[in-house]
Design a protein around this ligand. Structure first.
Ligand SMILES: Nc1nc2c(c(=O)[nH]1)N[C@@H](CN(C=O)c1ccc(C(=O)N[C@@H](CCC(=O)O)C(=O)O)cc1)CN2
Length: 290
């Protein structure tokens, strides 16, 4: 995460509202009147849905603006334009719980990128239905929770997960190749705050063994898709995707190996953008303000 200039404070405002005339001016002038300078702004007007989206990254002299004061000062604009908004400190780190089964590459990548400060998150816990990665997680000084799952015990296992989400005050759950289907109830509870990495370039090759499906189809690219989790398997709003060229000489095992890089890149981008307040849901699509 970029360092904050001494003597200043930074905030991020993300807004979603019905389209209207003069929204950029209304939002940016409000922040300016509250003593903010805006050094990064991304916005989008969706002409099909008549929705407006904006993300403003602001800087103020220390002591002149807080989340509370800016929120109070922005409230009249938000009410006038029926805005849903999130205003946070730019230095805040999203509290993340990571879930993993046997494949460790995405978990390892998230732990490493967090450790070196690339992701504005704190991994507050890791949950797995296997014990394979307990030592890796605890080497990173992150609590590891083994929650085994069978068809019979899934309701109890999901209750334990929700207990951990509450205990650690989790804001985002990340399925880092966690190979269990979440119940409809759990996906609704985590709606908009649970990200999965699917190991194919969706909507191609949903479901099990996508690399074997891709091999059989003779593809010339493999990919990965990070998406929000919904009751419909692998159908949730897409946040980030990556593809990597392959050819006829790649075996299914080669495709699995090549695909790991795409999975790690897609998932880490999705987590970063979510944590930075750059992703806004619009129906079954996302608007990503990067
Ligand atoms: N409700 C949802 N749950 C999950 C989603 C989702 O989009 N909605 N994504 C999956 C990840 N996934 C593919 O990316 C996936 C994981 C697991 C399975 C599956 O059939 N699992 C079996 C158990 C398999 C095992 O024990 O090894 C099962 O749950 O019965 C399919 C796709 C994460 N969950």
């Amino acid at each position: 995460m970029p360092d904050q200039v001494p003597g200043t404070v930074e905030h991020v405002l993300t807004v979603h509202c019905p389209e209207a005339h003069g929204l950029v001016s209304a939002i940016t002038s409000n922040l300016t009147q509250q003593g903010c300078d805006i050094f990064d702004v991304k916005h989008f007007s969706d002409r099909f849905t008549d929705e407006f989206f904006i993300r403003c990254h602001t800087v103020s002299e220390a002591g002149t603006a807080t989340v509370e004061s800016l929120t109070d000062g922005f409230a009249p604009v938000a009410e006038q334009h029926d805005m849903r908004f999130r205003l946070v400190s730019a230095q805040r780190r999203t509290r993340v719980l990571v879930m993993v089964s046997r494949f460790s590459h995405c978990l390892t990548d998230l732990l490493h990128r967090t450790r070196i400060g690339e992701l504005p998150i704190e991994i507050v816990a890791v949950v797995s239905n296997h014990l394979d990665h307990k030592s890796l997680v605890e080497w990173h000084d992150v609590p590891f929770h083994h929650v085994p799952v069978t068809a019979e015990t899934k309701p109890l296992a999901e209750a334990k997960l929700l207990g951990l989400v509450e205990r650690y005050d989790v804001e985002l759950v990340v399925l880092a190749r966690y190979m269990q289907v979440l119940s409809d109830e759990l996906t609704r509870e985590l709606s908009g705050r649970c990200i999965n990495i699917h190991h194919s370039f969706l909507p191609s090759f949903k479901g099990a063994k996508p690399y074997h499906q891709a091999y059989a189809r003779g593809v010339k690219m493999v990919g990965a898709t990070a998406h929000y989790v919904t009751p419909d398997l692998d159908e949730g709003p897409i946040i980030a995707q990556r593809v990597i060229p392959v050819d006829h000489a790649h075996t299914p095992a080669d495709l699995v190996a090549v695909g790991r890089d795409a999975e790690m890149q897609a998932l880490s981008r999705a987590v970063k953008w979510h944590a930075e307040g750059r992703v806004v849901l619009s129906g079954n699509r996302t608007i990503v303000l990067v």
